[in-house]
Design a protein around this ligand. Structure first.
Ligand code: ZN
Length: 127
């Protein structure tokens, strides 16, 4: 599969390097993760590329999550392999499962304050 123009437009309109990724680094590498997943024909093509703990972390979201959802929606409008579609839909499912009592910015702010490392160290979720 190829990365369509709609997806490329969504990727281009975001300054990924200025956003915090769930892994703790800047989100500059998130477009590469998307490209690997979108172009994957089989699960083995995605080995080493995941959105888990980058775009979402088991119903925990990060600063890069809102624009990533736009990329996912654009991707789903195009041709995808079944494994790639499954990964993207599963990511959306986890993002949608984030408690609805907080808006996007509140969730991102909580994450920025506590960070996912602290969450794991304490064995608790802050969101
Ligand atoms: Zn990351």
């Amino acid at each position: 599969m190829v990365v369509g123009e709609l997806v490329r437009a969504e990727l281009r309109r975001v300054d990924w390097a200025s956003l915090k990724c769930g892994c703790g680094d800047s989100a500059e590498h998130v477009p590469l993760l998307f490209e690997a997943i979108i172009t994957a024909e089989a699960p083995r093509d995605m080995i080493g590329y995941t959105l888990d703990d980058h775009v979402e972390g088991g119903t925990v979201i990060f600063e890069c999550t809102p624009p990533a959802v736009g990329v996912i929606m654009a991707s789903l409008a195009g041709d995808l392999s079944t494994p790639a579609r499954d990964v993207l839909l599963q990511t959306l499912l986890f993002v949608a499962a984030v408690p609805a009592t907080m808006n996007w910015m509140q969730k991102a702010r909580v994450w920025a304050t506590h960070g996912h490392c602290g969450r794991r160290r304490n064995g608790r979720r802050y969101l």
